[in-house]
Each structure stands twice: as C-alpha cells, then as structure tokens.
Design a protein around this ligand. Sequence first.
Ligand code: G6P
Length: 610
Amino acid sequence: MCGIIGYTGKLDALPIIMEGLQRMEYRGYDSAGVALIENGKLELRRSLGKIIELKKILENETFSAKTGLGHTRWATHGRPSEDNAHPHTDCKGKFVVVHNGIIENYYDLKQDLIKKGHVFKSETDTEVVAHLLEENHSGDLLKTVKKTVESLQGAYALGIMHIDDPETLIATCNASPLIIGKNGSGLFLASDITALLEHSKDLYFLENGEVCVLKNEKIEFFNSDLESIKKETTHIDWNPVMAQKQGYKHYMLKEIFEQPSAISETLMSRINWDDASIYLDEIEGFDEDFMKNISRIYLVACGTAWHACLVGKYLIEKRSPFIAHVDYSHEFRYRNPKVDDKTLMICVSQSGETADTIAALEEGKKRGAKILSICNVLGSTVARKSDGVLYTRAGPEISVASTKAFTTQLVSLFMISIYLGRISGTIDKAKGIKMLNDIVEIPDLLEKTLEMNNDLKKLAGRYIYKQDFLFLARGINYPIALEGALKLKEISYIHAEGYPAGEMKHGPIALIDQDMPVVILAPKNHLLDKTLTNLQEVKARGGETIVFCQDKSEVDKYNVDHIFEVPETIHDLTPIVMTIPMQLLAYHIADQRGTDLDQPRNLAKSVTVE
Ligand code: G6P
C-alpha cells in the first residue's frame, strides 16, 4: 500500500531509489515518482503507471544528486494520475514529501491552508503535509516536522526533504511501517525490508511518533518530544536473492514451488519429540496457568490469512478443549467482542502491517487479551505489538497473491493446536508423536503434489474464457474452497465463489449449468460420501466438475469431468495439500489469460489503510 524510499550518502541517489522502488512495486503500482535536489534545484519526475513508465521518463537523463526520495503509489485519495503521484511539494517547491498511509483530517487541514493562500496541485491527502511544513517552517527542520505531525490524524510514514538542506532526510511515522538502514555508502529509509536487503540486514524499525534524521553518514532518533533516543537494530537474515524471480516466469510460481522448503523452515527446531509436542519458545513469556485456563481464543486476520484462521478453528477445537472464534480484523474491532484477561488472541498476518489487523490487535490488548501472532515479516508492527510471535519463516513473499505465507500459516496453526492439546491433556503422548510424524512429512508430500503442475497447466486452457467458477468443499477443507476462489478472482479476474458443499443447495445451485466449472475438494474422510452427493447434484445440472481427491477409485464412478489425485495424508493436514492445486490452477488460468498476475489490478500486498 504505497512504498516510500529515501537515500542520502556518497553514491548517486537515483539508481538506489529506482532499485528500491522496483522491489517495493508490489505495495502499489498505479503511479510512481522521484525527487532529487540537483545543484540546488529540485528535480521532480513522476509518471502514471508502473515503475517502468517512470524509468522511461528518466532514461535519457543523468543526475548526480546524492540524496533523494521515491514513491510507488496505491491510490486512496485522488485517482491515479501524474499530478496525484508522489513526491508532493509545497507552494514554493522547497519541501518534498513522500507518504504511505492516509491523513484522515486532510480535508479540514486543506480548507484551512487554502484560506491561508496555499495553492494545491493534486487531489491527494498527502499534499497537505507539504503545505503544512511550509506554513510551520521556522528554519529548524526538525521542529517544523514536529509541529506539522502534531496536526495530522491518521496513518503515515513520511519521508521529507528541504531544498535548502539537500543532504538531509527526515523520517517519521504513525501506524505505517518505516524502516531505516545504514551501510558504508549511505543511509536509507523505506517502507519495506525488501527494499533495503541489498544494502543492510541490520535495520531499525521506527515506532509511532518517533522522528529520525539521516544526515552526514549519521542517523539520529528522537521521540515525539524531540528528545534524543537510542534504538537497537534488528538483524534480518533474509537473503536478497530470495526476493528475486530466479528464472521463474512470475514470483507467484516461484513462491508456489518454494512451499516445501518454506514449510521445512517453519518446522525447523520446533518439533519436540521428547514431549511429543511443539517448542513454542515464542510463548515462553505466557504463563502456563494462563495457557491452561484460556476462556476463549479469537483468531483474527484479513484476506488469505483469514482463511488460515478458519482452518485454525477446526484444528484447535478438535485437538484442545478451547473454543475458537474467527473474525475479520475490521469486524472484530468494531463490534463488542467478549474479550477478557483469559482470552488468547491469535493475529495472523504475512506482512504484519495490515492496518485492520493492527487495530484489532490493539483493541484486543486494550480489553485484556494476550496476543500471539503468526507473522512472516520480522520486526513488523503486528510482531512488535504482540506478547509472542510465531514467525512462519517463509522468506520474502513478493507476489501480491499469497501462497507460501498461507501454507506456512496453516502449519503454524497445526503446531499451535498440538501444543494446546498437549498442555491441556487432550492429546496423549502417542497421538502427539503420530501428529509430529505426520506434519514432518508435509514438505515431501507437497513436492509430490507440485508434480500436478503440468496437468493443471493443460487443464487451465479450457477455462480462460469462463466468467464464473464455484469451489466446493466440506469441513476443514471448506476454507480451502474459499482460498481457491480468492486466488482465482484476485489474479485472473474471473468471478469465483467458495461454498461449503452442503450449502450449495441453498442458493448457488441455481447458477449451475454447462458454463459453470465447479471445483470440488473431496479428500478421503468421513465427509466424502456427502461431498460426492453434492458432486452428483452438480453433474445432474450439467456443471463441469473438477475434483481433487485422494483416491480416484472412489470418485471415478460418478462420471466426473476431470479428476486429480493428491497425496494421502491425515484428514487435518489435507487443507495444506489441497491448497497447492488451487494455487496452480488459478496461476495457470491467469497466466493464459495474460493478466499481470504478480501485480493484479487494484490490489496491494500490504494493506496499510483501513
Ligand atoms: C492483502 C493481500 C492478501 C493478504 C491480505 C492480508 O489483501 O493482497 O494477499 O492475504 O492483504 O495481508 P497480511 O499481510 O495481513 O497477511
């Protein structure tokens, strides 16, 4: 959701900024821009569209500026256009601002500034920041920034520079991520770790209200009262190569194929064979009494991570004595959830920066809950605000459509369910050992499942002109039907719905005819017969059936159009295996439709606005 970057140092700023923008493009890609101060003159270049368009504008220009700011945008206020692209400036063109977030009180601020004679050039909320800086400018940059942010409401990560101080960058944030880095060649600010990995792996995470000055090879941090503070770096052990395509056509395909190794990382050193349990060092700080006496568990997330929570509910309620509720983050925080100091809240977020999830976490915390989060990005806001964090260790996920983050979240929730079952005595040692054996097999099973790739690629060709799809499943695989439908609509723009198979007769059945492909997940379990009855209901109405099962012989007799076998595993792990063909099918349909599937229209990877 918008990416900002800044550099000041010994090297030419432009290539560094462009490279960083390229790495953050998945955060937003409707327009982009850079600002440099070249020989005392502000050079602003902005373009509508992706970074490639900005590159075209810059192609025949050379700049030697050593300081600059850049931005890639996901529009909130004001349509995508060159005028609305960042960086923004004040009336005199002296202050330069890049912003990620939303200034909620921008309208009132803007009216006030207009009355004072300021002339606005864009429809954005961000531009008010540039004019406020101009209005408040006292000659002291730091004090000017302090005074300015005091009048802002909302979420912001800001990168600021001033033409009269061309080697200084100022960074500040509230409820939007901002990361600061340093190496021998210079100082950096960015919205995202991936933009800085090339330059440094020891990074500072700016907290709400903190201000940072990057100048003359030195980084200084201040609290909101401008008192100097010391901050520690966090070491990020991601390798920059992990954030590259490595020969795959798309990041999404690469990330789909990384799932076996990503899951091995998630499991690494967490299996406790001696106790037939899971080492959850992350919750060591949680009192054992608290864990045994949990009154209820809330699983809270958005998007794909919410689907993981749905699976988590099945797992936790099956394996432990606890009641688990699942909420969308944005719903949870605005109702009256029954949270007390015996509540465990599990917040699931790949990025750890989803604004709604952060707000839900804060609400839960305020009401007394203990927060355990499942995150992929180290040091992210959700991780920092939680009482304990289970990192999925999936490595950087660049594709907007989430894949390896999802399956590693499922594995994490499976581990948590074993842990809860073991501490509460609902899983005995023998069962625990069996479950551990089952989960450690998953990476190998996924390797086998990925062998379906070519068959699904062939099948995908049949569907590129379809307009609707239905995904059906029961029980613990119902969330995977939702995830299959979400993947397909996100990247192929084909309308798709996921339904519990038993619910089909209450509405969606009316849609079924020969133009409706229906994907049915039919693993071998106690629900198989019922699912196969639903399959026949689809067939009877002419729908085209695509079935993913574990034993063809049980399904073959129903005259199914396309059957695929996935490797066998225990019932509770079938969602992980079933996810792979959902991802591959969506990928190949989208690829053959020719969509920009790593960066689908209107979406962003990290949604830092509410
Ligand atoms: C966006 C992304 C989804 C993601 C959701 C939640 O909508 O496009 O892929 O599932 O945000 O993101 P999080 O980082 O909190 O898991």
